[in-house]
Design a protein around this ligand. Structure first.
Ligand code: NAD
Length: 494
């Protein structure tokens, strides 16, 4: 296991690319530049090109011509599988380097990136590489003399726009299935976390994936992201980010070429804790993980806990007792409980929720302070508010920070009503030892993923995505492939 000192040395070696990666090389294109700062220290990491409309256009043109050439889109599946498996191996070989890039860019604990994010992404590339030669197309039951084929064909140029909370994983969730079925991809990483994506694009070429299949355009949302959304030659726009920005992409598609849009957006996921939970202490640990892991910057973070009144006080104490294990520290230090919040702006936003909650009748149980260290004040204590009014902002809006809202309930019906009373529907969890109740609640709660006796379960093999304001379409699993292929029906008569 690497020590704090080892990770500091790894960080000192890191090369942070700043230019768009188009057609297999770093390009000079880019309208302007923006600062990339390490939120843990405030140190300037680099001036990154904002690809802008010109950079996006250059990348889309290359992606299109690569697609049309057939070098990847019409390559045999054995070829694509082998190259993607080699790519996954290279990601694994460079896991420490990539983990450090994400930690420097957006403040997450480097060990979480290394132990969890990178292995998940590597496995995901392997999963889709291995899937593509095991899925057959269909033959329809047409009358004699007629052959009806249902073929899955790549759609062409896929643009992926992703957030900063899991830079490598969010890339893998989009790029691996899109690339596996033969598309060319133009990826825009979040402005807060461009470095790993630029390095990964370089590794793709090293793995033998043809130049132009994976292009990366760093940039700001309102310039580069918008240009991708409006580009007339992008066939599919796969987005992960806030619900607010998801709405823009639907508009961009309407204003341009009706490109297909898939949205993985925000959440305000509830964790329903019943008095008959198998073990309250274990449930409290799961609650703590569900809100404080990754500084709370998890789309499916279980940021609302609804707890049955008879165990309410005991449960609140148990959760508060877990806070010490999540005390923020240097993200490069394996002993830190949490890392830094991604930026001063996001820290301000998190603290604005805390300030409103303090004055709106909720009871601050633990935390609630912004902390300064190592030249940065982008650190927030693990925070719990109890007796949170279900109509208040803390109970309804996505904080995307380490702030938990607890609300007691009296009956199962009330708990379900509170759980479903949300603009979002991404995930939910239920703690109960009552099988009938567990079964009932999985039917009654409106969320894309429901976990019983755990929090926020997901895997490569199961679909992930939401209902309502959390978006539509699914990442992960074989279902994700549906977003990146079109169905072509072929009739052959004799
Ligand atoms: P964001 O919506 O601000 O940004 C996401 C991406 O969109 C970034 O690349 C950004 O540059 C771009 N963008 C911003 N404004 C744009 C505009 N006007 N036009 C075009 N592009 C624009 O989100 P964020 O702060 O990076 O990430 C946090 C959000 O992501 C949270 O809401 C979180 O729930 C969500 N998220 C969802 C999932 C999921 O799978 N459902 C996973 C991770 C994160």
């Amino acid at each position: 296991m690497r020590s704090h000192e080892d990770w500091i040395q790894e960080a000192a070696k890191a090369t942070l690319h700043t230019r768009p990666f188009i057609g297999g090389r770093f390009a000079e294109t880019g309208d302007a530049a923006f600062e990339n700062r390490n939120p843990a220290t405030g140190v300037l990491l680099g001036e990154v090109a904002d690809a802008g409309a010109a950079g996006v256009d250059a990348a889309v043109r290359v992606a299109r011509s690569t697609y049309d050439s057939g070098v990847w889109s019409r390559a045999g599946v054995a070829f694509r599988r082998a190259r993607m498996l080699r790519f996954a191996d290279l990601l694994a070989e460079h896991a420490a380097e990539l983990a450090v890039l994400d930690s420097l860019d957006m403040g997450k604990r480097v060990v979480d990136a290394f132990d969890l994010d990178l292995p998940f992404s590597v496995d995901l590339f392997r999963y889709y590489a291995e899937a593509i030669d095991k899925i057959n197309d269909e033959v329809a039951p047409t009358p004699p003399g007629t052959l009806g084929l249902i073929r899955r064909v790549p759609l062409g140029v896929v643009a992926a726009v992703i957030p900063w909370n899991y830079p490598v994983d969010m890339l893998a969730w989009k790029v691996a299935p899109a690339m596996a079925v033969g598309n060319s991809v133009v990826l825009k990483p979040a402005e807060q976390s461009p470095s790993s994506a630029l390095r990964i694009a370089e590794l793709a070429v090293e793995a033998g994936i043809p130049e132009g299949v994976l292009n990366v355009v760093p940039g700001l949302g309102e310039t580069t992201g918008k240009a991708l959304g409006l580009h007339p030659d992008v066939d599919v726009l796969a987005f992960t980010g806030s619900t607010e920005v998801g709405r823009y992409f639907l508009q961009y598609a309407g204003q341009s070429n009706l490109k297909q849009v898939w949205l993985e957006c925000g959440g305000k996921s509830p964790h329903l804790v019943f008095a008959d939970a198998v073990d309250l202490a274990t449930t409290a640990k799961q609650t703590a993980f569900g809100i404080w892991f990754n500084q709370g910057a998890v789309c499916s973070a279980h940021s609302r806990v609804l707890v049955e009144r008879s165990v309410h006080e005991e449960f609140v104490d148990l959760v508060a007792g877990e806070a010490a294990a999540y005390a923020p520290g240097d993200p490069l230090d394996p002993a830190a409980g949490m890392g830094a919040i991604v930026s001063p702006e996001q820290t301000d936003r998190v603290m604005a929720f805390v300030d409103v909650a303090r004055t709106s009748g909720a009871r601050l149980v633990t935390g609630g302070e912004r902390l300064a260290r190592d030249g940065s004040d982008c650190y927030v204590q693990p925070t719990v508010f109890d007796d949170v009014d279900p109509t208040s902002p803390l109970a309804r809006e996505e904080v995307f920070g380490p702030v938990l809202a607890i609300t007691p309930f009296d009956t199962e019906e009330q708990a379900v009503a509170l759980a479903n009373d949300s603009a979002y529907g991404l995930a939910a969890s239920v703690a109960t030892s009552n099988l009938g109740r567990a079964h009932r609640l999985t039917e009654e709660i409106h969320a894309g993923t429901i976990t019983v006796n755990g929090v926020d379960a997901f895997s490569a093999w199961t679909p992930f995505g939401g209902f309502k304001g959390s978006g539509f379409g699914r990442d992960l699993s074989l279902h994700a492939l549906d977003k990146y292929v079109g169905l072509k029906t072929v009739w052959i008569n004799h």
